[in-house]
Design a protein around this ligand. Structure first.
Ligand SMILES: Nc1ncnc2c1ncn2[C@@H]1O[C@H](COP(=O)(O)OP(=O)(O)OP(=O)(O)O)[C@@H](O)[C@H]1O
Ligand SMILES: [Mg+2]
Length: 190
């Protein structure tokens, strides 16, 4: 199971790294705009998002939109030693700090942690997605753990380029399907 996942992550990430800067930018723009049109996003106030890393779909416009609209933005901090992910309320994106891995993260000294059950909607990253809404992440199991914790009806919207969609993924008992997948060619709901 782990070897299949490892190989899939490697294959998809090798495809994604081939996107040119301009392709990354224009596809990201399409995805961000499509997400911001969704009723499910506009209807809620407490939104968990993420900050894109390397050549993930850009989330900068989304995160700025959430703040501009007066909604509450929550971003994740991963604690590798505790093997846990916590969301913090962010009011100013300039207050994020760069982690050792180069990811922009909340600062627990400045930001307030919130319980996942106070969040209305999760915008999630991921490496690969299948036609049924199952996702493969980077291997930490952090989002898998989160999704089993929250109410099943909470919207979970993943952002990805079409090249991250695969025919089949290995599914485990703890996997929960996302509710929406937004790519540069449209929105799929599950
Ligand atoms: N609910 C859970 N509680 C504890 N451990 C879990 C849970 N869900 C998954 N895990 C563990 O997390 C590890 C990584 O899982 P997996 O390879 O599916 O991660 P992933 O989907 O790539 O990562 P992520 O969820 O962070 O995007 C596995 O060893 C798995 O057993
Ligand atoms: Mg998983």
């Amino acid at each position: 199971m782990m070897n299949i996942k490892k190989k899939l992550r490697k294959d998809v990430l090798e495809r994604r790294i081939l996107l040119s800067e301009s392709e990354w930018k224009s596809k990201s723009e399409s995805i961000e705009n499509a997400l911001l049109q969704l009723d499910v996003v506009n209807q809620v106030n407490n939104i968990a998002s993420f900050v894109d890393f390397r050549n993930e779909v850009s989330t900068n416009a989304i995160n700025r939109w959430i703040l501009t609209k007066g909604k509450s933005l929550y971003l994740p901090l991963i604690d590798m030693s505790k093997r846990s992910m916590t969301f913090y309320k962010i009011e100013d994106l300039n207050e994020l700090v760069r982690s050792n891995y180069g990811i922009m993260e909340p600062n627990p000294l400045v930001h307030e942690a919130v319980a996942p059950n106070s969040i209305d909607l999760f915008i999630t990253p991921g490496v690969a997605f299948d036609p049924h809404g199952y996702r493969l992440g980077y291997g930490g199991g952090f989002y898998d753990q989160l999704f089993v914790e929250i109410k099943s009806e909470i919207p979970k919207i993943a952002l990805a380029f079409d090249l991250q969609c695969v025919d089949e993924l290995p599914i485990e008992s703890f996997d929960r399907r996302i509710t929406h997948l937004v790519t540069e060619t449209g929105v799929k709901t599950f």
